[in-house]
Design a protein around this ligand. Structure first.
Ligand code: URA
Length: 195
């Protein structure tokens, strides 16, 4: 991956349009050995300004759901499929997603999470490499080949959906709760296995 030796991408100019539209590269945040890795689509305006994923309105909803599930931002890792803000918040193109894929794969490999949670349609389809109907598949636990191994992936709707559709709020909050429960059980089993 050239100049990426760790979790952070210090510089990159692979996507000409995004080099224009970004003010900085937004890398993932949270522990480098987190049990849960959330993967969003890409930085929005706030994220681009602050250099951190999910710090706008969607981030507030995510924080709220994490707290309700007994977690907070410091316990989990949060990253995006693309690390640079697309112009006018358009979806990243296939090419841009693919340009950034190696960074994401490397992050997954290094963090080695028990659970990967793609947040919304774009990251779900990118990680699973198929069409995903997030509203019907939210909460489904599936397997995928990611970051050098077979991984558990929990599909989620995007928190932005909860802002205009109240029913999606329960779906999102239930999914975050399921993620917390899942990782509790996994670590519990590991501890028992030590004896
Ligand atoms: N939405 C995303 O998909 N990613 C962010 O970082 C913020 C909002």
């Amino acid at each position: 991956m050239g100049h990426m030796d760790g979790l952070e991408v210090p510089e990159c100019e692979r996507c000409p349009a995004l080099v224009e539209s970004r003010s900085q590269i937004v890398n993932g945040t949270g522990p480098g050995d987190a049990d849960i890795l959330f993967v969003g689509e890409g930085p929005g305006a706030q994220e681009d300004q602050q250099g951190e994923p999910f710090v706008g309105r969607s981030g507030d909803v995510l924080d709220e759901a994490l707290l309700e599930a007994g977690l907070d931002r410091e316990n989990v890792r949060i990253t995006n499929c693309v690390r640079c803000r697309p112009p006018e918040n358009r979806d990243p193109t296939k090419e841009e997603l693919n340009n950034c894929r190696g960074y994401l794969e490397r992050e997954i490999e290094l963090v080695d999470p028990e659970l990967v949670v793609p947040i919304g349609k774009v990251p779900s389809e990118h990680l699973l490499e198929r069409d995903v109907a997030v509203t019907t598949e939210a909460g489904d636990l599936v397997d995928a080949e990611l970051g050098g191994g077979r991984r558990h992936v929990l599909i989620s709707v995007h928190p932005a959906a909860t802002l205009y559709d109240r029913s999606q709020r329960d779906v999102f909050f239930d999914t975050i709760e399921a993620a917390a429960d899942y990782t509790d059980e996994e670590s519990g089993q590991k501890q028992l296995g030590d004896f």
